[in-house]
Ligand binder design. Structure first.
Ligand SMILES: *Cc1c(COP(=O)(O)O)cnc(C)c1O
Length: 383
């Protein structure tokens, strides 16, 4: 189905972009494992010439993602970082980007270590404070870049209000929606200009494929991005697109389970004497609990916490938990645990974005919550 705008997200997740194959009637989009396409005559083809430019399995995924984010256009990339890098090619030398001060470590590394070498300047601002963003904007600001919830501090930004600040100053707002997924929030409907995903996380959902996407309603920007996607070539292969599409079908079900389980795990941790602090947008103790209720359809599957025993206790819990696999990444069906400071956020260690070395981050999976709580309870007895 391609015209799907009136359906709910559960329905879109199953149907959007997926049409029975015209040749065979195959209900699932085939993995078009081909690099090239026979032409009917010289330069006359059926819309597909070469798989860097277009591939039918990728087209299906792009159609699905556009529908999920309530956008007109989506483009897929070989990773979330490739999506971010390609989008940032819209920024010209001597232009400026205001970036949230708690972003994915790889995003910070790309901005601070690579793109800054090409004449683009960056300011890092506290995006929970709209005045701080407004103060960081310059006459040459092209983008405001934000994650909400952030990684790993799970801070929220009011997307509609931030879009207003960006637009009032002639800038566009890009939202990395990886942590929420379109099931929990759709930034384009709140006024954002671009949504970015690492589809590696909740969208793929099974920790078996790396990918990224950009979604927008801005047709002029889409045309430029489509040109860049082909010119740069950081595209996903058809098998990766198939796996991601397959994951999407259960996205709504999975997000419900992630939210329910994470709420129970966060509550358990908050009540535990070994735990000093729990950060979770679904707890009333979260400083932006009210914004989470208003902006998100659920508080998500990510929980961060600090133990009274600090870093040694954190390392012990990360090492000894059984059901929570010690690993980077997030958003898969299985629960994961990590210490951001030495792992996912090592690339921001000596920057203003550095995180508490005792912070523990869990990606709560879709297992039975009682089993997850029993596992954490057993390791917390040892600290
Ligand atoms: C993982 C992640 C990225 C980068 O995506 P890759 O698919 O790993 O390249 C970007 N933003 C956020 C919020 C992420 O979690």
């Amino acid at each position: 189905m391609s015209n799907t705008t009136n359906f709910h997200i559960e329905t879109l997740a199953v149907h959007a972009g997926v049409e029975p194959d015209p040749m065979t009637g195959a209900v699932m989009t085939p993995i078009y494992q081909t690099s090239t396409y026979a032409q009917d005559d010289v330069a006359v083809h059926k819309g597909y010439e070469y798989s860097r430019t277009d591939n039918p399995t990728r087209t299906a995924l792009q159609t699905s993602l556009a529908a999920l984010e309530n956008g007109r256009f989506a483009l897929c990339f070989s990773s979330g970082m490739a999506a971010i890098d390609t989008l940032l090619r819209l920024v010209k030398p001597n232009e400026h980007v205001v970036c949230g001060n708690d972003v994915y470590g790889g995003t910070y590394r790309l901005f601070d270590k690579i793109l800054s070498q090409y004449g683009i300047t960056f300011s890092f601002a506290e995006t929970t404070d709209l005045d701080a963003v407004a103060a960081a904007i310059q006459p040459n600001t092209r983008f405001v870049w934000v994650e909400t919830p952030t990684n790993p501090m799970l801070k929220l930004t009011d997307i509609a209000a931030l879009a207003q600040v960006a637009h009032d100053n002639g800038a566009q707002l890009a939202v990395d929606n990886t942590f929420a997924s379109p099931v929990l929030q759709r930034p384009l409907t709140l006024g954002a200009d671009f949504v970015i995903h690492s589809t590696t996380k909740y969208i793929g959902g099974h920790s078996d494929v790396v990918g990224g996407a950009v979604i927008t309603n801005d047709e002029a920007a889409y045309k430029q991005l489509k040109f860049l996607q082909n010119a740069i070539g950081a595209v996903p292969g058809p098998m990766d697109c198939f796996l991601t599409l397959r994951g999407i079908k259960t996205l709504a079900l999975r997000m419900g389970a992630h939210c329910r389980n994470a709420t129970m795990v966060a509550q358990f941790l908050a009540d535990h004497p070994a735990v000093a602090q729990v950060i979770y947008p679904g707890l009333e103790s979260h400083p932006q609990y009210e914004l989470a209720q208003r902006q998100m359809a659920g508080p998500g599957g990510m929980v961060s916490f600090v133990l009274h025993g600090g870093e040694p206790a954190a390392r012990l819990v990360a090492r000894e938990a059984k059901l929570f696999t010690l690993a980077e990444s997030l958003g898969g069906v299985e629960s994961l645990i990590e210490l951001p400071a030495p792992m996912t956020h090592a690339s921001v260690a000596d920057s203003p974005l550095a995180v508490d070395p005792g912070l523990v981050r869990v990606s709560v999976g879709i297992e039975n919550a009682d089993d997850l709580i029993m596992d954490l309870g057993a390791v917390l007895k040892k600290v």
